[in-house]
Every structure is written in structure tokens, then in C-alpha cells.
Ligand binder design. Structure first.
Ligand code: 26V
Length: 797
């Protein structure tokens, strides 16, 4: 149901109307910003129809709704995505051209909404788009951060953070809903009134709703992303003000202003910060109050809630939903405790996204009890109930242990389904993270392998390849991605393979131009583009990549006349501001880049680029141009990965370990189309038992010794030769992520990549097979899994 009625003159009229009457600008002197606003409003108008229709149908048919609670929605830019899904992109390009405007420049004028750190936040955004495409009635609930993830710059190779300010310019996609506001309490006391516990908060803020419609493929359905902004309940405390205590009088305003001010940028280590707990409760309480209000509009039996409401917790960040729902049901609606608990459980699902112990949320009971005194009581009651109900529960298992509230255990116990995000990860949750709870609740832990939306990550970001696909197998693959399998017979034809190569070449040329203008680096578009983009983490092993790059450079220098395959090594990603080791790795990559890139001897064979401030928009530019996808985490550490799926879809074979969803990518694409290397998750555990594992691995590898020696000697930092002594020492003696142990295998796999790439026809076959077999990784498939296994929701389409 593309909006075929809309003609070019209609669209142009709509744009001019908005330019004139919404923006108050004359076309004569409108800026790119003005045109972007005018076009966005004109496009937004076309979403409102399907949005109202979807909402009305959901009400009329009394459909069950999904509520996706997430502290992060990494949505990126919205204009082109909306154009693509409404089938209006070509028309919009033409309209803007008629106005003398360049569509790409207008699209790029939009700030990249970075309301998330990485994988978890982007997954939430892909899910929103898939739910709209499938017609799954759903609301996303999140926080309207004034400042998204920090911007990254490099100063002399160091990461420097600056605040992000996407909301400084008008955000044309949202509708403010001042009428949908809720009071959120913190602190205070719990009073017993006539045998009932009543929470009397010491501080309050208002949560105010901002709605962004999310339209699915072909505009058949649209859902709402509802983000909460904090407002003071009272402007100031008049009593204190009158006493002359002006600073204290402004406290309510200060709390509100800080609550939704900034996204926490640390996705590495959890640090029990009170403000973070307040943000989590703010989101969760506002969402639950909104859910109950909507439910009670046309139902009166609160006990039937699970028949109409499914609530998904994106990691433990909204895990306070369990106790809060119990509180609302008991204190607010007079439901008895155990019944309230069972209602909450039947509504709630919990998705785990990490096994890293340092990232698991735990709150000191002191902090938790201080910020949420009533919830502390409820948590203790849940824990006691669970212990009672499951006699065989070992003494060391529980929600409250060692003066801490463990959010993983709380989420697990309060959910009817707990899921991991890849087959391997879900097994490891059972085996290592929650073995005892798994025994007590067999069948509760399930798997829902992640996916990505092919509309944004193929149709929108890679037009040359999308057009080739449509020319080859017809349309309709965008919302039925398994149809990409129909490409397979064509892969046998040289004509198709060459066309596939030509599409990739267009993307590589475009990226090369961008790298020249944005980073001042010139690269050869016919070289292999080898890309590793993701947050910088030790377990993701960007260090392994740069060490191997140094070895490769060294090998070229020792045999400059050899038949080397030219490579461009592309890195991208941010480190958490306080993660010193990750920042050191960034510095090393930049240092190595400046030495290697100025080496005349290797200039045509190896270039290293690290464009700063990797974000969704940069991913849309880099991934379609990639030849090789680096997915090299220490096995057992990457829960799933979703970048790996985007590269595969865009025809870049993976060099990777048996980790996360790589396992399933390998299974789908076949061994011959994947560069597999490295220890398995089991072998990793075994290897660590030997305290000298890294030392032994280094002693057995001359190339690795040479690399470490070059770094230690200061080859890449002549002005401060001891800069990386600590780093080298850690590789020798404290190599927890087994960089040294996997080095030789990685290097051998890279040599195999070179051989494959040198055989153009072999390479194109592999690349095309990756696209053809990527259908499984559509987030539509993932969402259908949740709808069936977790939410029991039917699609409306
Ligand atoms: C963790 C933390 C820790 C405590 C405080 C704040 C905070 C904020 C974000 C995170 C994110 C860690 C979880 C995460 O992003 N996991 C990633 O989820 C992806 C989607 O499932 C998955 O593909 C990645 O493998 C996984 O690392």
C-alpha cells in the first residue's frame, strides 16, 4: 500500500506550504535546515494517516499490545527511513531537485539521534521498525535524553568527548503530549495506614510524553515510540524560597533537569550511581502508569491484564518493572500480593544482553532502599516468596545477597520468559549465568536470535545492491527476506557476479570520496576494505586486529616486491569515557595509522583509517562499502552481535570466531563462505587454566614477538617511547581475552582472506552468497519469534 496517490506536484505543494506556514520562510532565502524541516513535516504528514488507522484498529479490535521498555533507542536519522518506508524516496529526491536542493545534503543535515550506546539500543530501534512492518501493535517506552551519546574527537590520537546536542535544533518527528504526564516519586518513607503500606515520596518529578510515530514498510502500519522527558512538579519550593533558601528552593527543578539530561555512556562497567537508578525508575514507572491507564480505559478487571498486555524488559535496566507493577496493583488497586506477583510475571519478559560479570546491575541495598523504600520492601517479599515456593533453592541463590539487590535475579524471577539473543548465548545463560534458576524453572530460558531491519540496513543504505536484487528476483524481498535465497542460482552466472562487484565498487568509491573530504586520507577504492566497527572493548579485540595489522605491515616491508593484496583497514567506535584500557587501544590504532600511512614503501598496499565519531549514520556509509567484516571477539563474550548481520546482508564475508550469532551466520552461509578461526568458548575456559598461556603463545610466534617488540621499542610513538610498555606487559602476562593465543590462527585466516580476494571470481561468489543467505537475520523473523514464544500476540496485518 505505497502512497501511490501522492503526485510530485502534491508533494511539492506540501513542502512549500510547510516552508511558508510552519517555518515562516520564503523559498528565496531558505537554508538547507529550512528545507529539511519542510520536507520532514511534509513526510510526517503522510505517516499520520496510517498511524491513526493502526491505533484505531487496535482499540476497535481490543488487541493485545506489546510494550518494549528500553533505556536506549539508537534510532539515528529518520527522514530517509520514513521516505523509504512510505515509498516516497524517489519523489522526494525529485521534489528537492526541482527546488534546487540536493536530497543527500538535506538528509545529512538531520542530527543522528544517538539515544543509545551500541548493540542493545540499535536492536530496540530495529525491533520498533519490524513491529510496525509486521503489524504488531506496540509501544516503545524510553527516555528523551537531552544529550545522547557523546561525540568523539581525536586529539593527537587520544579520544576526547564532547557533549551531543541533537535537541538544539527542532526535532520534527515528535509530538509533545502535555496531557500525558505522570508523577514519579523518589525517596521518602513508607507509612502503615490501617494495615496498608503507603509510600510517601520525598521528591517528585513529572514525566511528560513525547510521541514519535514509527512507520513500517509500505506504510501499512505505524506504532508509537513514547519517550519521557522530566519536568519539575513544582517550579520551586515556596516555603524554602520565602525563608530565603533560594538554592534549596530550586531543588525540584534541578532534579527534573538532571533526570533526562544525559544518557549514561558506560556500557562496560556498572557503577551504582544514584541518578542512573532514578532514570531507570523514572522510565519504568511512567511506562507502567501509562499502560494501566490505557488498559483501564476499556477494561475493568485488572486481573485480566496479561491477556491484553505484554511488557518486555530490554536487559535489567527496567527490571524495577516487577516490583513497581506489584506496587501499583497492591497499593493502588487492592490486589493481594501473591496474585499481583503472578499477574506481573505473566505480563513480563526479560531479555539478557550480556554475560560480562562487570556489566551486571547490582544496587547496594542502602542506595536502593533510600531511593525506592517501598520497592525495597517488595523486593524482599518477592525474594522470600520465591525461597518459600522453591524449597530446593540453594542458600547462595537469591535477589538480595551481600547487601546488594541483583537485578538479573530480580528480572528472572519476575518474568515468565527469559531470553538470550543468540543460540550460543542462550545456552551460556543456562550453563553459566543462571544455572540454579534454570533448574528451578525449566523452560523459562529460551532463545531469540537477534536480527536487523533490512529496510534500513539494505534497502536504504545500499541502493546499488538493492536495485540489483530487485532487478534479479523482483520486489517483495524487503519484508520477506528469505526470498534472498532466490539469488543463489544467479550467483552461478558471471554476469550477476560482475554486477554484484560493480554495486560494491560504487559504494567503495563513495566511501573513498568521503574519507578524503572528511578525514583527509586517500585510499585506493580497488583495495580490500577490511572493517571493524563497534564499541571499543577488550573482549571485542580491536587489539588483535591492530597487532595483526602491524605484523602485516612488517611482512610487506621485509618483502616489498611480494604479491601483496592492497588493504584498507578501517576502524570505528567509541570507548566509554572512563575505560582507560580501551582508550589506550584507540591511541595505539591512531599511532600505528600515522606511522604506516606515511610509509612510502607500503603506501599502495596498506592504509589504516579511523574516522572519529562512529554512529548509525557512519555505519550506513561504511557497511555497504565493506569487503570484509571483522567479528573477532573472544569466544563466549559477545552475546550476539548485530553488526555482523548487517555486513553479511551487504555482501561482506566475515572473518570471525565461534561467538554469538557468528555461529549461526556460519551455519547459514556455509564454511566455504566464512573465514573461521580461533579458540571455542570451551577451549577459552580451558586455556585460561594455564597461568602462562599468553607467554607460551608469544614464545611460539615469531611474528607476534616482532610486533610486541616494535611496540615496546616505541616505533609508533617516537616522542614517548615508553607509551605502550604497560599494554605490552599486559599482553605478555595478563591476557584475559587471549589476544596472544588466537594471534597465529587469526593471521593464518587473514592470509586465506588475501588468497580469496586475489581470486576475484571466488571472492564475488562468497560475497554474493553472504547476501543470498542472510534472510534469517531479518529482525522480522526475530519479532515473530517473540510474538509467538513470549508475548502471545497476533499480528494485525
Ligand atoms: C550495559 C550497561 C551496564 C550498566 C549500566 C549501563 C549500561 C548500559 C548499556 C549496557 C549495554 C550492555 C549490553 C549490550 O549492549 N549488549 C549487546 O547487546 C546486543 C543486542 O542484543 C548484542 O548484539 C551484543 O552482543 C551485546 O554486547
Amino acid at each position: 500500500m505505497f502512497d501511490t496517490q501522492l503526485t510530485l506536484p502534491d508533494l511539492k505543494t506540501a513542502i512549500l506550504q510547510h516552508l511558508t506556514y510552519t517555518l515562516g520562510k520564503d523559498a528565496q532565502n531558505a537554508s538547507v535546515y529550512d528545507w529539511r524541516m519542510a520536507l520532514s513535516f511534509a513526510i510526517r504528514d503522510r505517516i499520520v494517516g496510517p498511524w491513526f488507522a493502526s491505533t484505531r484498529r487496535t482499540w476497535a479490535e481490543d488487541r493485545k499490545r506489546v510494550y518494549y521498555l528500553s533505556m536506549e533507542f539508537l534510532i539515528g536519522r529518520l527522514l530517509e527511513d520514513a521516505c523509504v518506508n512510505l515509498g516516497l524516496r524517489d519523489l522526494a529526491v525529485q521534489a528537492m531537485e526541482d527546488f534546487g536542493q540536493d536530497f543527500s545534503s538535506i538528509v545529512e543535515n538531520e542530527p543522528d539521534a544517538a539515544l543509545g550506546n551500541g548493540g542493545l539500543g540499535r536492536l530496540a530501534a530495529c525491533f520498533m521498525e519490524s513491529m510496525a512492518t509486521i503489524g504488531c501493535p506496540a509501544y516503545g517506552y524510553g527516555i528523551r535524553y537531552e544529550h545522547g551519546l557523546f561525540r568523539q574527537r581525536f586529539e593527537a590520537g587520544h579520544q576526547v568527548e564532547t557533549p551531543e546536542d541533537w535537541l538544539l535544533s527542532r526535532h520534527p518527528w515528535e509530538f509533545e503530549r502535555p496531557e500525558s504526564a505522570y508523577t514519579i516519586g523518589f525517596k521518602g518513607t513508607v507509612e502503615n495506614r490501617d494495615g496498608r503500606e503507603v509510600w510517601v515520596p520525598g521528591e517528585t518529578v513529572q514525566a511528560e510524553a513525547y510521541d514519535t510515530p514509527v512507520v513500517g514498510w509500505q506504510g501499512k502500519w505505524a506504532n508509537t515510540l513514547r519517550l519521557w522527558g522530566a519536568r519539575p512538579t513544582t517550579l520551586f519550593d515556596l516555603e524554602r524560597f520565602n525563608r530565603g533558601d533560594y538554592t534549596a528552593a530550586a531543588e525540584p527543578e534541578t532534579l527534573a533537569r538532571t533526570l533526562s539530561r544525559v544518557l549514561y555512556p558506560d556500557d562496560t562497567t556498572y557503577q551504582g550511581k544514584e541518578l542512573r537508578l532514578k532514570q531507570e525508575f523514572f522510565l519504568t514507572s511512567a511506562a507502567l502508569q501509562d499502560i494501566l491507564r490505557r488498559y483501564l480505559k476499556n477494561h475493568n478487571d485488572i486481573r485480566a491484564l496479561p491477556k491484553h498486555v505484554a511488557i518486555q524488559m530490554n536487559d535489567t535496566h527496567p527490571a524495577i518493572a516487577g516490583p513497581e507493577l506489584i506496587r501499583l496493583l497492591t497499593d493502588g488497586h487492592g490486589v493481594e500480593f501473591v496474585e499481583a506477583l503472578e499477574i506481573a510475571q505473566a505480563c513480563l519478559g526479560y531479555t539478557n544482553h550480556t554475560l560480562l560479570p562487570e556489566a551486571l546491575e547490582r544496587w547496594a541495598t542502602f542506595t536502593f532502599g533510600n531511593v525506592l523504600p517501598r520497592h525495597m520492601q517488595i523486593v524482599e517479599r518477592i525474594d522470600a516468596w520465591h525461597k518459600d515456593e522453591y524449597h530446593s533453592r540453594p542458600h547462595y541463590v537469591g535477589i538480595v545477597k551481600h547487601h546488594e539487590v541483583r537485578m538479573g535475579e530480580l528480572a528472572f524471577i519476575m518474568a515468565h520468559k527469559v531470553n538470550g539473543v543468540s543460540a550460543l548465548h542462550s545456552e551460556l545463560i543456562k550453563k553459566n549465568l543462571f544455572p540454579e534458576l534454570d533448574k528451578l524453572h525449566p523452560g523459562r530460558i529460551i532463545n531469540e536470535t537477534n536480527g536487523v531491519t533490512p529496510r534500513r540496513w539494505l534497502r536504504m543504505c545500499n541502493r546499488p545492491l538493492s536495485n540489483l536484487i530487485t532487478d534479479t528476483i523482483g520486489d517483495g524481498w524487503e519484508d520477506d527476506l528469505d526470498r534472498l535465497r532466490d539469488l543463489e542460482p544467479h550467483v552461478e552466472q558471471k554476469g550477476f557476479r560482475d554486477a554484484f562487484g560493480a554495486a560494491k565498487r560504487v559504494n567503495k568509491a563513495r566511501l573513498s570520496d568521503w574519507l578524503r573530504t572528511e578525514c583527509g586520507v586517500s585510499v585506493n577504492p580497488d583495495a580490500m576494505f577490511d572493517v571493524q566497527v563497534k564499541r571499543i572493548h577488550e573482549y571485542k579485540r580491536q587489539l588483535l586486529n591492530i597487532l595483526e595489522t602491524i605484523a602485516h605491515w612488517h611482512a610487506i616491508k621485509q618483502n616489498p616486491k611480494g604479491r601483496w593484496v592492497p588493504r584498507v583497514k578501517i576502524f570505528g567506535g567509541k570507548s566509554a569515557p572512563g575505560y582507560a584500557v580501551a582508550k589506550e587501544i584507540i591511541h595505539l590504532i591512531n599511532d600505528v595509522a600515522s606511522v604506516v600511512n606515511s610509509d612510502i614503501e607500503t603506501r599502495d598496499l596498506l592504509t589504516i583509517v579511523y574516522p572519529p565519531n562512529y554512529n548509525v549514520s557512519m555505519a550506513e556509509r561504511l557497511i555497504p562499502a565493506a569487503d570484509l567484516s571483522e567479528q573477532i571477539s573472544t569466544a563466549g563474550k559477545e552475546a550476539s552481535g548485530t553488526g555482523n548481520m548487517k555486513f553479511m546482508m551487504n555482501g561482506a564475508p566475515t572473518i570471525g570466531t565461534l561467538d554469538g550469532a557468528n555461529v549461526e551466520i556460519l551455519q547459514e552461509v556455509g564454511r566455504e563462505n566464512f573465514f573461521l578461526f580461533g579458540l571455542t568458548a570451551e577451549e577459552v575456559l580451558k586455556r585460561r587454566e594455564d597461568g602462562d598461556h599468553s607467554k607460551k603463545a608469544i614464545e611460539a610466534s615469531k611474528p607476534l614477538q616482532d610486533v610486541l617488540q616494535m611496540i615496546a621499542e616505541g616505533r609508533f610513538c617516537p616522542t614517548q617511547k615508553d607509551r605502550y610498555h604497560g599494554l605490552v606487559h599486559r599482553v605478555w602476562h595478563h591476557d584475559y581475552f587471549l589476544v596472544a593465543d588466537d594471534f597465529d590462527a587469526y593471521r593464518a585466516a587473514q592470509a586465506e582472506v588475501d588468497r580469496a580476494f586475489a581470486d576475484r571470481d571466488r571472492w564475488l561468489r562468497m560475497a554474493a552468497m553472504n547476501t543470498a543467505r542472510s534472510g534469517f537475520f531479518s529482525s522480522d523473523r526475530t519479532i515473530r519469534g517473540y510474538m509467538k514464544d513470549v508475548w502471545s500476540v497476533e499480528a494485525a496485518l
